[in-house]
Design a protein around this ligand. Sequence first.
Ligand SMILES: [Zn+2]
Length: 60
Amino acid sequence: MFSRPPTCSVCGKPIEKNEPIYVRMRYPSYRGMVEIQAFLRQEGTIICEVCFSQKNNHEK
Ligand SMILES: [Zn+2]
């Protein structure tokens, strides 16, 4: 799916296999879900579970 190993955009940690991740992206306005993987590679921001939960805690 990814041409290079995906890493967390916050801490830079490589994403492990089967690790739950969060992806922040804009929903493509003119493409269908079929192309969402290609869109993800260009526009997606991957956040690991640890960073995502820490981010949420800070905002509370
Ligand atoms: Zn992280």
